[in-house]
Design a protein around this ligand. Structure first.
Ligand SMILES: Nc1ncnc2c1ncn2[C@@H]1O[C@H](COP(=O)(O)OP(=O)(O)OP(=O)(O)O)[C@@H](O)[C@H]1O
Length: 272
């Protein structure tokens, strides 16, 4: 339980969760004199959809960069299951099952939609020169499998009819769906989604929410940053609130939405 509003102890102690799949332990990230993430600890339970909210500049995207390996923490540890991964390069974290989508989806515009999805696979022999020479049939078979899987994923996100179109024709919402298909090519067990609803029109929003729920129902733990509180309330069973690089509180979405500290953090940032 988060502390009560009249609890005056300064540092919020995160809940300890026994079956956590992703754990952040006392992580700090400094950019020069600016502390973007400040001795933050949190724990994401296996199998949940968890949300990360907070006012602009709270440090949410930086935390996701640290989790995905785009940035290295100044201090602290990040655990994926029992493995300490804070120094593991991003590509290796992806192979360990940590998938990530970006706030601004930037597909390769000249490649087709299905080719963009195929790039999400981690272990393609065709990317190396030697297998192409020595085992061309194996490479061919893998490419066929990759194409089949990419088409299945495009059907899943309802973009299959656009498979051969260049990715530049996609709308903002369709690009978010493409990102989901691309990241699912890597069979993640933990999925980090950075603002999956940003810039998405209402008709696609329902599809995106439904697909995230389906991915979770298939056993993938989802951790998402989102400003759209309707999405957070409908999808997340647990919400973490960040402000000024710290974890302000955590809990069920309806409890969080009523928490005076959360309201104050948002109002404070709007006034700043
Ligand atoms: N590469 C960087 N160099 C310097 N400062 C940075 C860098 N990245 C982030 N920051 C700073 O760290 C702080 C946290 O930024 P961050 O983007 O993580 O916040 P956020 O919660 O994701 O905000 P938003 O909701 O607006 O995306 C901000 O003060 C930001 O200016």
């Amino acid at each position: 339980m988060p502390p009560s509003p009249d609890d005056t102890t300064s540092v919020y102690k995160p809940q300890r969760v026994s079956d956590s799949v992703l754990e952040v332990r006392e992580v700090t990230k400094r950019f020069g004199g600016n502390v973007a993430v400040d001795a933050l600890s949190l724990s994401v339970s296996r199998g949940v959809v968890a949300g990360l909210i907070g006012p602009n500049g709270a440090g949410k995207s930086t935390l996701f960069d640290l989790l995905a390996g785009v940035q290295t923490p100044t201090k602290g540890r990040i655990m994926l299951d029992a493995l300490s991964i804070e120094r593991t390069p991003a590509y290796r974290r992806a192979r360990l099952g940590l998938g990530r989508t970006f706030q601004v989806a930037r597909p390769f515009p000249a490649l087709s939609v299905v080719e963009n999805v195929m790039l999400g696979r981690h272990d393609q022999s065709g990317e190396a020169i030697l297998p192409n020479w020595f085992t061309p049939r194996k490479v061919h078979r893998q490419e066929r499998e990759t194409l089949g899987k990419a088409m299945d994923l495009l059907r899943f996100v309802s973009l299959d009819r656009l498979a051969t179109q260049p990715a530049r024709v996609l709308s903002g919402g369709q690009r978010k769906l493409l990102e989901i298909a691309r990241v699912m090519m890597g069979d993640p067990r933990v999925l980090l989604l950075d603002e999956p609803a940003a810039g998405v029109n209402p008709s696609l929003l329902d599809i995106i929410m439904d697909r995230i729920a389906t991915i979770n129902a298939r056993g993938v733990t989802v951790f998402l940053i989102e400003h759209n509180m309707d999405l957070v309330t409908r999808l997340c069973s647990h919400v973490f609130v960040m402000a000024q690089g710290r974890l302000l509180c955590e809990g069920a979405p309806d409890t969080i939405a009523r928490d005076p500290r959360v309201i104050e953090a948002y109002l404070g940032s709007a006034a700043a």
